[in-house]
Design a protein. Sequence first.
Length: 359
Amino acid sequence: MPDDHFWIRRALTLAEQGLGFVEPNPMVGAVVLDATGQLVGEGFHARFGEPHAEVVALAVAGEKAREGTLFVSLEPCCHHGKTPPCTDAVIAAGIRRAVVAINDPFPKVAGGGVKALREAGIEVAVGLCEAEARSLNAPFLKRLATGKPWVHLKWAMSLDGKIATRTGDSKWISSEESRQLVHELRGRMDAIIVGGGTVRADDPLLTARPPGPRVATRVVLSESGNLPEDCQLARTAREVPVLVVTTPNGTTRLHNWKAAGTEIHVSPDTSILALLTELGSRGMTNVLVEGGAGVLGAFLDSGEGDEVHVFIAPKLIGGAEALSPVGRIGIAELSDRPDLVSLIASSSGRDVYLRGRMH
Ligand code: AOF
Ligand code: ZN
């Protein structure tokens, strides 16, 4: 059908409005056309626990959905979750044809939704705008496939690739507008991750100001447990969660942090893989790594970065001793790591904001 493409794209655009509100659920959008091809209903999954996209769109369409067509960016669910199965609502509404962008890999659905619709005599097409639908819900799909959250890596640097001067002065490299964008990013994350060195050097608060749709747990990686006793994170741990990830040795130094209300996660396995598996098991979908250079390097060296957010300020810092954003080992040959894809450059105040994906 010539218009199918248009309407499935519309469903994808609607879905995007759930960003930050629906996780750990996927973003889903739906459009209903009547038997003559007129738009009679639209909807999207707006917030975790609230009605699914199809149900919202079908409610708007009402009786006009009979013999009509449903466009949905994800396979309708066929299970009783927090809401009844969408397939029941689609069948009851008398929909004749459904166009679905991608199957839902959620184990309780996984093709069962399409099967239920077909068994009810509905004509179902799957796979239109598949690449766009996969990209939109890449974090949801990654967590279901691997158990790990989607990893955003973020840094701000000068035009010559430094994150501080030779004396360590780093406040501020990026503009006010860029720092505001970082707060928006934080407001839709499940975790903000930093290393102990950043806590010792910067005493960061790591909250989203103003608050966004979700509250991220502030995660500090500290094998040694050597963290300042009086700092913003410890002081605010009862208002916004703080999780310290440490080793059995490190715990001995963290009694005060524990008393302040932070959670201490102890693991002898200090790998990034172990960390992400732990965060994924807590239902986290998106995590933001804010540094320092050692932590960002550890993520990239272990192949655990999915998306990059870089703010480039019109400053020239210079100096062989001044730090660059990504430390640790790095690649040996340029061909050892593919270039970023889906790169988007925009301006943010006087800075350039570059955003791209690793794969
Ligand atoms: C749909 N339409 O709009 C969404 C779906 O906990 P629940 O009841 O909200 O169910 C969550 C699961 O349902 C989620 O993991 C995903 O598989 C599916 N989400 N399905 O038909 C929607 N948001
Ligand atoms: Zn559903």
